[in-house]
Design a protein around this ligand. Structure first.
Ligand SMILES: [Zn+2]
Length: 114
């Protein structure tokens, strides 16, 4: 297992540490074994902010295009990646829960769409 640190950023200069988790040392991508941990960060195509950052020495760092909370739903869950979801620490899960509640209460956007 590889240790991964998660950080949440917004347009303010402050960054919020979400804690750390662990991702598998290897995984399958399109039927191929990748013998290296992979961590995912999110880049907002609207404001250009790397708003959700995963950091893990020695890991492959993948960046996905996903709108931040100011320009989209700002969720950090990846439906197709259980390794990522299982690695999220409690503070990250609390953030995700609060986003889903806010989206559900707003009624303006589906909580499950990106
Ligand atoms: Zn944005």
């Amino acid at each position: 297992m590889a240790r991964v640190e998660y950080t949440l950023r917004s347009s303010s200069p402050l960054a919020l540490g979400l804690g750390s988790g662990e991702v598998a040392d290897s995984h399958i991508v399109h039927g191929q074994l990748v013998a290296r941990p992979t961590v995912h960060s999110f880049f907002c195509p609207e404001c250009g902010l790397l708003w959700f950052q995963a950091s893990s020495p020695g890991a492959y760092h993948a960046v996905l295009s996903r709108r931040c909370a100011a320009h989209g739903n700002g969720t950090i869950w990846i439906d197709w990646n259980n390794d990522h979801n299982r690695s999220l620490p409690l503070r990250a899960l609390r953030y995700e829960f609060e986003r889903l509640v806010a989206l559900t209460n707003s009624g303006t956007q589906s909580a499950l769409s990106w």
